[in-house]
Ligand binder design. Structure first.
Ligand code: OAD
Length: 240
């Protein structure tokens, strides 16, 4: 096991698996979101152009679910890790549920956007979802009456903050991936980049992952059970 101290630069990447124990569906597991929805019907710019009401309904529902969800012990363990490491900690998430922030993490990069905001397709202003009248089939911009859209990155769009992420991948000592299947790029390639630039790589996942050849240390199981144990072990053995 890798020894982690206060001076270790730790970068974490999370996916839908970390929120599964908060009651939110993953995408590709049995009963996952992509079992009932075709990706191309709800998560592409073409879908929004063709059927904006259907796309809005999908995201309104997911926003409501995210509002009701609470951080689980996996999220809370990562907040504890950041509290210990401070500036040596960064968290990249593919999740749009906002649960890392709710758990208390501050250095969070939401590379696929957020369910809690939307933006205007005409004037590009961002608004908190809670300030928008979601009774409208297609909510309109309070400023310019343009069509609003969810602030999530769709397939075929470029994820947010890639420059910052690239710099972090080149400058971390430990790169840990949690609850992600490793099939959606560019996120699936981060573990390879981090390792190439010298990081020790760790994965915590319920099932073996697609990109497992780049993982040095693998913990199979639930994030909510493994992360609290692993992180406590790091903190306790560093103090000795
Ligand atoms: P997936 O649904 O593809 O993968 C979730 C992973 O979490 C699987 O490998 C599960 O085995 C694992 N898992 C499930 N429960 C777990 C638990 N309690 N603890 C640990 N692991 C668990 O979700 P993502 O990899 O996040 O993108 O998907 C990546 C992207 O594809 C998403 O951000 C989304 C999706 O399409 C967009 O919408 C752009």
């Amino acid at each position: 096991m890798m020894k982690v101290t206060k001076d270790t630069r730790v970068l974490v990447l999370t996916g839908a698996g970390i929120s599964a124990e908060s009651g939110l569906k993953t995408f590709r597991d049995a009963g996952g979101l992509w079992e009932n929805h075709r990706v191309e019907d709800v998560a592409t710019p073409e879908a929004f152009r063709r059927a904006p009401v259907m796309v809005w309904n999908f995201y309104k529902e997911r926003w409501q679910q995210a509002l009701q969800a609470k951080p689980n012990p996996g999220h809370l363990a990562l907040a504890k890790l950041e509290n210990w490491l401070q500036d040596n900690f960064h968290l990249i998430t593919q999740n749009v549920d906002g649960l890392h922030t709710a758990a208390g993490n501050k250095r969070v990069i939401e590379m696929h956007g957020s369910l809690h905001t939307c933006f205007c397709t005409r004037c590009h202003t961002r608004f908190p979802m809670k300030d928008i009248n979601l009774e409208e089939d297609i909510p309109l911009c309070p400023k310019c009456k343009g069509m609003l859209r969810p602030d999530v990155v769709w397939f075929g769009e470029v994820p947010y903050h890639l420059d910052k992420i690239d710099a972090l991948l080149h400058n971390c000592d430990v790169f840990m991936v949690v609850g992600t299947s490793g099939v959606v790029y560019p996120a699936a390639g981060f573990v390879m980049t981090a390792r190439y630039f010298g990081a020790h790589t760790i994965a915590v996942n319920l099932n073996p992952m697609e990109n497992s050849e780049f993982i040095d240390e693998f913990y199979q199981g639930k994030a909510g059970e493994i992360l609290p144990r692993l992180i406590d072990e790091w903190i306790n053995s560093a103090d000795k």
